[in-house]
Design a protein around this ligand. Structure first.
Ligand SMILES: Nc1ncnc2c1ncn2[C@@H]1O[C@H](COP(=O)(O)OP(=O)(O)OP(=O)(O)O)[C@@H](O)[C@H]1O
Ligand SMILES: O=P(O)(O)OC[C@H]1O[C@H](OP(=O)(O)OP(=O)(O)O)[C@H](O)[C@@H]1O
Ligand SMILES: O=C(O)c1cccnc1
Length: 494
């Protein structure tokens, strides 16, 4: 058998241009051969259903999308691979020169987003817009999913700290790193992943594992040795017997070392976390360690945390791994990338539509903007309002907000601010957006949550947040549906 070389995957000039589905490269080839590759096309990214039956999602992934589009190019090793796959030289020559030259509008990271509203809009020459679909969805789907899961967990944890512990159980390296970033921007306080700390400046935190106690085969020696090396100590107390040996040993070591260490607390990782935390709290308090915190971990998520809180658990810090980083109860967000407008033979932009027997699935044609309609009296959001590009709802006195499918459900809103949610990121290939820091994104996400009534934020059966179409947008959609109906009837009569 031939021996695998360790360098096999390492192309020095590797790029993400091939991080796409083969059909994108094949479709782009068709457009290029037909000479329509430069026609302007407009795609929108949106999802149809909120994940985890949550009342909102936290948009994440933009920074990585920006880097991807900014650096987009086929390198020599990418082209060599495509050559091996049988693509012809002229097409490869076209790909060699290709860069992303489009205009991108997007929600900002940390924005609260909802089903059926455009999260991003990519206007670019048809072939370019097609080639970047897969990577954009890959990034946005994952990061938005994890940010939303983290936000749910934070909703329940409240002011308690949450640390991301998931790297070992994540779906490989990238998911651990970018998932941790998503969790932090949605409100987690820290991560155990040291590389994420280095890359993004996320505070790193942690305790120690059972293996350290097992290595010394003695809890007392293990805790002491740890304390001799590290000032900050959180002792893991459940290796042998939490209440009979773990907690008393932690207290003994803290007593012995006094001011020489900062006894931050203990971690519980098995057993009845409610009962054990209450008992441990009592023991720590009696020993005078009222400031020592109780950390807990073990397959936690928003459900167990809520349940533990309802039992009066005395847990201060929640270490959450597997169920956060793998989005355990819903492993994928279904954001899609749909063509909404294309340049025709005459150079005119024409709207496109995808019809479905399910009214919720019919796409909304045309270039659109999304506005958050904020009630000036109470500072809360009345809902989101999707309008056609040229509309300016902020100038209206009264806004008619109605359900896009059940149109009889609606309301008239006055005294509002219409806050536009999309920012221009790229203008004809040029990056014009000032990237915020991760800390700024995190603060922005927190501020956004204040705009929402609590009814939309509860983790169980939240109220449905209104996402409405403007009258013009709705009329335009109906007009296109009618045009298609007439076309199909004419076809059937042939
Ligand atoms: N008081 C509690 N109420 C509800 N859920 C709890 C409570 N205490 C712990 N849990 C959760 O119950 C699950 C218990 O997991 P498991 O059955 O593996 O027990 P364990 O204590 O971890 O056992 P092991 O010693 O094998 O690790 C975990 O998800 C944990 O977070
Ligand atoms: O339960 P999660 O939410 O995924 O949180 C991460 C888990 O990872 C560790 O366990 P593991 O058994 O891998 O190692 P350990 O020996 O340090 O307990 C830690 O003790 C947590 O239980
Ligand atoms: O620091 C910890 O306690 C930790 C880190 C990763 C996974 N579980 C626990």
């Amino acid at each position: 058998m031939k021996k695998m070389k360790l360098t096999q995957y390492n192309h020095l000039d590797d790029s993400l241009a091939l991080h796409t589905d083969r059909y994108q490269i094949n479709m782009a080839e068709v457009y290029w051969k037909e000479g329509i590759h430069k026609r302007k096309a407009v795609f929108e990214v949106y999802f149809r259903k909120l994940p985890f039956q949550n009342g909102y999602a936290v948009f994440a992934g933009l920074e990585r999308v920006i880097r991807y589009l900014h650096d987009f190019c086929f390198t020599e090793s990418d082209l060599a691979f495509l050559r091996e796959e049988g693509y012809n030289e002229d097409y490869l020559e076209y790909l060699r020169k290709l860069r992303f030259t489009g205009t991108v509008k997007s929600m900002q990271e940390g924005e609260l987003v909802f089903a059926n509203e455009p999260l991003m809009r990519i206007e670019a020459p048809l072939a370019e817009a097609q080639l970047v679909e897969t990577a954009i969805l890959n990034i946005v789907n994952f990061q938005t999913l994890i940010a939303t899961k983290a936000s749910r967990i934070k909703q329940v944890a409240g002011n308690d700290s949450c640390i991301e512990f998931g790297t070992r159980r994540a779906q490989e390296l990238d998911a651990a790193i970018w998932g941790t970033r998503a969790a932090y921007l949605a409100g987690f306080e820290a991560t155990s992943n040291v590389r994420a700390g280095k890359m993004f400046g996320i505070p790193i935190a942690g305790t120690h594992a059972h293996s350290m106690v097992q290595a010394y085969r003695d809890e007392y020696i293990a805790f002491r040795k740890y304390a001799e090396v590290h000032q900050d100590c959180v002792f893991l107390v459940d290796t042998y017997d939490t209440l009979k040996s773990g907690v008393p040993t932690a207290i003994q070591v803290a007593n012995e070392l006094g001011d020489r260490i900062h006894f931050k607390g203990i971690r519980l990782d098995s057993g009845d976390l409610a009962y054990l935390s209450k008992e441990a709290r009592r023991m720590l308090d009696e020993a005078g360690y009222t400031n020592a915190k109780i950390y807990a971990s073990n397959d936690l998520d928003e459900h167990t945390i809520m349940n533990l809180k309802s039992q009066g658990a005395r847990i201060d810090v929640w270490g959450v791994g597997t169920k956060l980083i793998t989005a355990y109860d819903q492993p994928a967000l279904g954001a899609v990338y749909k063509l909404i407008s294309i340049e025709d033979e005459q150079g005119e932009m024409v709207d496109t539509i995808k019809i479905s027997s399910n009214p919720e699935k019919i796409t909304t044609p045309g270039l659109k903007k999304v506005f958050r309609i904020i009630n000036k009296t109470n500072g809360k959001s009345e809902g989101d309002y999707i309008a056609l590009e040229e509309e300016e709802p902020g100038k209206e006195e009264v806004l008619h907000m109605f359900h896009p499918v059940h149109t009889f459900i609606g309301k008239f809103v006055t005294g509002f601010e219409a806050r536009e949610l999309h920012q221009t990121i790229f203008e004809n290939g040029e990056l014009i957006y000032d990237l915020p820091t991760l800390q700024e994104i995190r603060d922005f996400a927190q501020r956004n949550l204040h705009l929402l009534w609590d009814e939309y934020k509860r983790t169980l059966n939240p109220a449905e947040y209104p996402v409405n179409l403007s009258r013009e947008c709705w009329d335009n959609k109906m007009k296109r549906i009618e045009e298609i109906r007439i076309k199909v009837e004419a076809f059937m009569k042939k």
